[in-house]
Design a protein around this ligand. Structure first.
Ligand SMILES: Nc1nc2c(ncn2[C@@H]2O[C@H](COP(=O)(O)OP(=O)(O)OP(=O)(O)O)[C@@H](O)[C@H]2O)c(=O)[nH]1
Length: 389
């Protein structure tokens, strides 16, 4: 437990869109045991899907900064306000984790943290989450990824379940070249040893990639850069938000998702279908061509509603919204359960509601055939604790 004399370390959790930051954060929160973790979530969109995914687990020790990248808050005043609040002794927080938006410039955030004058907190290192399955594609599209890796204190090579051992070894060799001397931890579903983050002492003292002086020396040019966000990944991305209290028709939504434009890189949120036998909340994640649904119970009193954030480059927001609006279904109770098949194709077999599958005459072969269309061996993981969600 923090003695209150020691400044609370603030760890930046960074990584490209969909790399698995929220999944990792939830793993840390579940494995934190006696350590109290304060969380700052910075969603790119104004519907705060990430915040919703972790909120139930941290209660009042979480603040959420929606509606833009934290790295653009040049003076960091807003962040300081939240850190001050989290650092109050009554919260008893031992470590603060900032989940950066998937399009943030971690260097900017590090600078803000180093410049923070609150003696109750100190910069505690940066964790960069890397999606093994999207590694080459992300680097090709975003050369700045290499810069982010170079300032990391710990690299988590996530989604190793989606690549074979040879590919994993190749990526590890590339990472060793990009960030020499920095530990690279392989993981699936962000399951790293929480001790890597909670044992803070080593971090502050041993990080040598970017010293305080380096940061200050870079500050001037970076500040100019920060004022002109054209160099940031998020300058090239748009976020489109869709929310509806009306149910969505499963088949129309799947047609929309199957035909989504290549520039629409990331979709996250949850869907209300309301089809008989499928009243659950369907959490949805798309990362590149990967698509997964996870049925979860609705929270107590939670409104049956669809909320989606769509992040992409060169996407036509109004057209996406019009397409989604056309998926709305005013009478979901009258919709045949078998229209859910297209959705169930993208659900982990372990999470599939088998009653409906059996009733609808679906066989295992149907599911296997369908799975072959999706990414091989990729399964969804429930980020939200159903009890809390
Ligand atoms: N197969 C596989 N899927 C994973 C793994 N880690 C996360 N996922 C899935 O990848 C999707 C994105 O995960 P998130 O944790 O939401 O990613 P994120 O980095 O927080 O996403 P943004 O906030 O959009 O940047 C979800 O469907 C996760 O369940 C993994 O190791 N293996």
């Amino acid at each position: 437990m923090n003695s209150r004399q020691q400044p609370i370390p603030v760890v930046v959790l960074a990584g490209f869109l969909g790399s698995g930051k929220t999944t990792l954060l939830n793993h840390l929160l579940r494995g934190s045991r006696g350590t109290r973790i304060g969380v700052v979530v910075n969603d790119f969109g104004s519907i705060e899907i990430d915040a919703m995914s972790v909120a139930g687990q941290v209660g009042d020790s979480m603040v959420s900064l929606g509606g833009g990248c934290l790295c653009c808050a040049v003076d960091g005043a807003e962040l300081d306000t939240y850190l001050d609040r989290l650092a109050r002794p009554e919260h008893g927080i031992d470590v603060i984790v900032i989940e950066a938006s998937g399009l943030a410039e971690p260097q900017e955030m590090i600078r803000m943290l180093v410049a923070n004058e609150n003696p109750a907190v100190r910069y505690g290192g940066m964790v960069e989450v890397v999606d093994a399955a999207e590694f080459d594609a992300t680097r090709a599209r975003h050369p700045e990824t290499d810069r982010h890796l170079a300032v990391a204190d710990l690299v988590v090579l996530n989604k190793t379940d989606r690549v074979d051992p040879a590919e994993r070894a190749r990526i590890e060799a590339v990472l060793a070249g990009l960030c020499p001397g920095i530990p690279v931890v392989a993981a699936d579903h962000g399951r790293i040893d929480p001790g890597l983050l909670f044992d803070r002492k080593e971090w502050a003292e041993t990080r040598g990639q970017l010293s305080f002086e380096d940061l200050i020396a870079e500050a001037e040019s970076a500040r100019a850069d920060a004022e002109d966000h054209r160099g940031h990944a998020h300058a090239h991305y748009e976020s489109t938000e869709f929310a509806s209290d009306q149910a969505l028709h499963p088949r129309r939504l799947i047609d929309f998702l199957d035909g989504r434009p290549p520039g629409l890189y990331r979709i996250k949120g949850h869907v209300h279908f309301g089809v008989p036998g499928h009243g659950e909340k369907y959490e949805v994640h798309a990362v590149g061509r990967f698509l997964r649904f996870t049925p979860l119970p609705w929270g107590r009193g939670e409104p049956r509603r669809t909320q989606l954030v769509l992040i992409g480059s060169g996407t036509d927001g109004p057209a996406l919204l019009a397409d989604l609006a056309a998926c709305r279904e005013p009478a979901p109770h009258a919709v045949a359960p078998e229209t859910m098949w297209g959705v169930l194709r993208y659900v982990d077999p372990a999470d599939r509601p088998d009653i409906e599958g059996a009733d609808a005459g679906l066989t295992e072969t149907d599911f296997h055939d369908a799975d072959a269309d999706a990414d091989e061996g990729v399964y969804a993981y429930a980020d939200v604790d159903p009890a809390e969600g």
